[in-house]
Ligand binder design. Structure first.
Ligand code: ARG
Length: 594
């Protein structure tokens, strides 16, 4: 499928060939093209090349200018400053290029599909069984889902893995308690009402957990029975496993209700929790021990690293198997790597996990490298994210210091967003049903956008007031930009969007058009670097260009000649499509009326 080349691509090519014609040794060099305020683009690459060739940069630049082909794309190129090139694009080229993209039925908006797509296994949205999800799980889900959309859009094969915490000694106590109190997980809510059953599931689990804990701490005999259960569980006793499964199923009811509220697809078949690797653990240890990657130390199987030391200066090992024979988090992750590399045939392993687990992943990845499971062809990356803070700048908790219930948090976001939507509903003519639906899209979009619009590694403040604000860098600002365009298109009546390359463009039209042109390279860059915040920034700028455009250019004015109306409708329609696609890549909806 031929994709539509972007203008910056063709400018880049024009410059590169002029450059290598002038200075053969510069063949393949990057002219360092940037969007610029002085002209449409500026190229800064000649300075370094001149230095290398011991040439005068301004003279070299002037020679390059003489060789730049003016074939309709580049209208003007001139030397500026110490040897920069300022490049102006022909209006016609801007419109023709965008028109090709507009006509492209694949709807890819100029984004080429990867020539050699690989397989990425992405580990994200991994809550823990029998525990309340917290804001960290929300971040992993939101960032991970956006990266999935981005990678799939570029043609990558993506395998999703929700590595839920579903195994460990804590289950002994829970299983024993449930066996002794068999009705603790019964439901009143109907299975169809996912939100209600999700909430009920979590409160059941929470209540059971607390009661089991109290008994465990106060009743020695219960403690002994609970410990025996851990042994039964590890030995695969069928009855014990069946009870354990009840916890997993109950937790999934809760997880799915949260993901549904988040308007996010999580498939059951992609949930492969820690227990999914149990069969591989012994072999993983054997392989590591036989190859000498891991060694026995005080009975435990350990991997040591020169550069990883504790506060006392002693090396801190990665413990693959404890001295009592038990396996932990690391053994599971190492087994998962083997599964993902050798069975799922991944080229890239991506982990969307809290930055506080960075040391764990560094040690796990290094161990896998030493074992030969990871190499230049198969790489592993932790897409680490920062902590969610409350308005007070401290880690986000309730006043009592407890985990904030995600359901409540999302409900509150939707409630506030619905109030914002309702305020304008009459003017826009929204039905009650549309108000409810838009309230969800705006509220959930706000939460996602706040998370995705800052660089993942940074901590960010969870501030609902700011998130649903109509002004500033928020999702609702972008959603309004989209809906406003739809309203114009509806009002256009007979007039249809159509490109008119013969027209001269106003400055705001050029700025909007050139920014639209950058969509493809932005998406590719963002997908390659796993940085959705750069896509958010791009979309925010797009909406800002649109605002300036409205200020300076009337679309449906009776004073406009028909071609101008059509051309402007075309520009705004392409802007809407770009906003819609870009937001979808962030996992955010764009309602038609708002
Ligand atoms: N369940 C873990 C947590 O809640 C996250 C799992 C991350 N993924 C992994 N492969 N270790 O922190």
């Amino acid at each position: 499928m031929a994709s539509v080349t972007s203008l910056s691509d063709s400018v880049q090519q024009h410059l590169a060939s002029a450059l290598s014609a002038t200075l053969p040794e510069a063949a393949g060099a990057d002219p360092l093209l940037r969007r610029s305020d002085r002209a449409d683009f500026q190229a800064n690459g000649i300075l370094a090349l001149a230095k290398k060739a011991k040439a005068n940069p301004r003279e070299l630049a002037a020679q390059v200018v003489g060789r730049v082909a003016t074939d309709g794309v580049i209208k003007d190129v001139e030397v500026s400053g110490p040897g920069f090139l300022n490049i102006t694009i022909a209006d016609r080229a801007i419109v023709e290029n965008l028109a090709a993209r507009y006509a492209d039925e694949t709807g890819r908006l100029g984004v080429p599909a990867a020539a050699n797509p690989g397989t990425t296994v992405i580990d994200y949205a991994q809550p823990n069984v029998a525990k309340e999800m917290h804001v960290g799980h929300l971040r992993s889900a939101v960032i991970g889902d956006s990266v999935v959309q981005l990678l799939e859009f570029t043609g990558e094969t993506v395998v999703r893995r929700h590595h839920i915490g579903d195994w460990g000694t804590q289950f002994g106590m829970l299983i024993q308690y449930l066996d002794e109190h068999p009705h603790e997980l019964d439901h009143k809510a109907s299975a169809e009402d996912t939100a209600a059953s999700g909430e009920e599931a979590m409160s059941n689990l929470d209540r059971l957990y607390k009661a089991a804990r109290v008994l465990f701490d106060s009743d020695e005999e219960f403690k002994t029975r609970a410990r025996r259960r851990v042994v039964d569980l590890q030995a695969g006793d069928p009855h014990t496993l069946a009870t354990w499964q009840k916890f997993v199923d109950e937790s999934k009811i809760y997880f799915f209700s949260v993901f549904e509220k988040l308007d996010m697809e999580v498939r059951d078949s992609d949930i492969v929790g820690e227990s999914g690797y149990n069969d591989m653990l012994a072999e993983t240890c054997r392989l590591l021990e036989e190859s000498g990657v891991a060694v026995r130390s005080e009975g435990a199987l350990c991997v040591f690293f020169d550069d990883i030391k504790g506060p006392d200066g002693n090396p801190v090992p990665l413990i693959v198997q404890k001295s009592d024979g038990g396996y932990g988090y690391a053994a599971t992750d190492l087994s998962a790597i083997r599964d993902r590399v050798f069975n799922l045939k991944a080229n890239t392993l991506l982990y969307v996990v809290d930055a506080r687990q960075a040391l764990h992943f560094r040690m796990v990845f290094e161990t896998a490298r030493r074992a030969g499971w990871l190499d230049e062809d198969v790489t592993a990356v932790q897409l680490a994210f920062g902590t969610v803070l409350g308005k007070d700048g401290k880690p986000f908790k309730t006043r009592a210091g407890e985990t904030v219930k995600l359901q409540d948090l999302l409900d509150e976001a939707v409630e506030r967003a619905t109030a914002v939507v309702r305020d304008k509903a009459e003017k826009v003519g929204l039905t009650e049903q549309e108000i409810t639906e838009n309230g969800r899209y705006v509220g959930i979009g706000a939460v996602k956008y706040a998370d995705l619009s800052t660089s993942a590694v940074r901590d960010y403040k969870f501030d609902l007031d700011q998130m649903v604000s109509l002004n500033g860098d928020t999702s609702v600002y972008l959603q309004y930009a989209y809906a406003r365009i739809q309203s114009i298109l509806r009002k256009a009546g007979e007039a249809r969007p159509a490109a008119h390359p013969e027209l001269e463009l106003a400055p705001a039209e050029r700025a909007l058009g050139l920014h639209l042109d950058q969509f493809a390279e932005t998406v590719l860059e963002v997908a390659a670097s796993y940085e959705p915040h750069k896509l958010a920034a791009y979309l925010y700028q797009l909406a800002s260009h649109l605002t300036t455009f409205y200020d300076q250019c009337q679309v449906l004015s009776a004073d406009n000649p028909a071609e101008v109306v059509e051309n402007r409708l075309f520009l705004v329609d392409l802007t809407a499509r770009t906003l819609h696609q870009g937001m979808a890549l962030l996992g955010i909806r764009t309602p038609e009326k708002l």
